[in-house]
Design a protein around this ligand. Sequence first.
Ligand SMILES: Nc1ncnc2c1ncn2[C@@H]1O[C@H](COP(=O)(O)OP(=O)(O)OP(=O)(O)O)[C@@H](O)[C@H]1O
Ligand SMILES: [Mg+2]
Length: 414
Amino acid sequence: MAGNPAADTQRLLVLGAGAGQLGLLEAARDRGLFVVAVDRNPAAPGFRFADRRAIISVEDEPQIDRLAAAERVDGIIAPGIDWPVAIAARIAERQVLPHPIDPATAVLATSKLRQRERFAEAGVPHPRHVVCGTIEEAGDAAVGFGYPCVVKAPDRQGQKGLVLVREQKQLEAAFRLALAESRSSVVLVEELVPGREVTVNAFSLGGDFTPLTVTDRIVAEPPAFGVALAHVWPSSLAPEEVGAAVDAARAAAAAIGVENGPTYTQVVVGERGAHVVELAARVGGGHDAELCRAVFGVDLNGLALASALGEQVEPEQLRPVQQVGGGCTRFLVPEPGVLESVEGVDESASADGVLWVRIYPEPGAVLGPLRRGSDRAGAVLALGESREEAVARADRAADCVRFVVADVPAEAVV
Ligand SMILES: Nc1ncnc2c1ncn2[C@@H]1O[C@H](COP(=O)(O)OP(=O)(O)OP(=O)(O)O)[C@@H](O)[C@H]1O
Ligand SMILES: [Mg+2]
């Protein structure tokens, strides 16, 4: 770097320092950026990659706005996390910072309901759903779709307020839970789309949508409905099914108006074709960008950083060059309890094909049973000659890790 390095160093504000931001924060640090990270959790694992930590909520827009101004940042980004995507876009606009998407697009991308209104207008297939404000409306909707059906808050992520309702007697509790999590006064009741699910990780440049990794999303059973246990590349779907998922994700991005930057689209592919469950205008929160880099050599976190800083991205940077036959990110699910220590991490990390092992919580954290994404306690990324080998290696590496927990003290149980 010419001249005064300190003065030249670019400054980036990253919303979130949790598990979903680890890869991007590490990439930002490795690029030599001055990283200001925001998280209300002082023990957030991503803070170790930050030059400055701000212990504030990623949803506290006025405080983040002031922080961005005070830190004179050159860009702002919300990786792996939905609601702050709109906050980042608005602050970028107010402070005249470069940004891949405008606030209106970001608002669409952060509302399951509003993005589906656009999908409906544009003919993008998505689950049939009814917006419900009362239990009576929810009951009618559920009868219309039949059981099992899905009830969810329209503006949450990480399975907050998400329930698979198998029978009518479970509906009221599901409705109340989703309503309690909803930021508005409504919930979505929707059909359970049958099929298998993939994530389409992509990057757009000037309206040109380039699909990158399409990964199988392996999900948990209820009561942890929808929680990803693994992302596996390549997908085991037939090429034409993968193609249909990519087409649906492309159409979804166009419908919402995402012309630049990363997208993460959840697509269920079944007998009725590909249905978009949701699109996020950001990199995924399950180490998706790291898997993409490992298998394709495309530095998706680096590209997301570039777009947040207003740098030119060249189409060549999106060209996949296959590095391996398969890759698998497997999440680590602990026994519930108070975390005392984590054993076997070195053994896991040095196993064949393992790129890294990440542990999220610190000792002392209270680990609950698996209900939502945030109950996962870590992940391993393994590569192999084939999809099957990568999965087997990831499973073996995951088995090496042991979360040593103690009983939760009675007074801590609420
Ligand atoms: N209508 C549906 N039909 C089939 N599966 C669904 C449906 N809605 C949700 N799911 C399942 O639940 C998962 C999470 O759904 P959704 O994205 O709506 O919730 P979320 O809280 O935003 O979760 P995440 O943060 O993981 O994206 C989906 O990836 C899918 O596995
Ligand atoms: Mg989602």
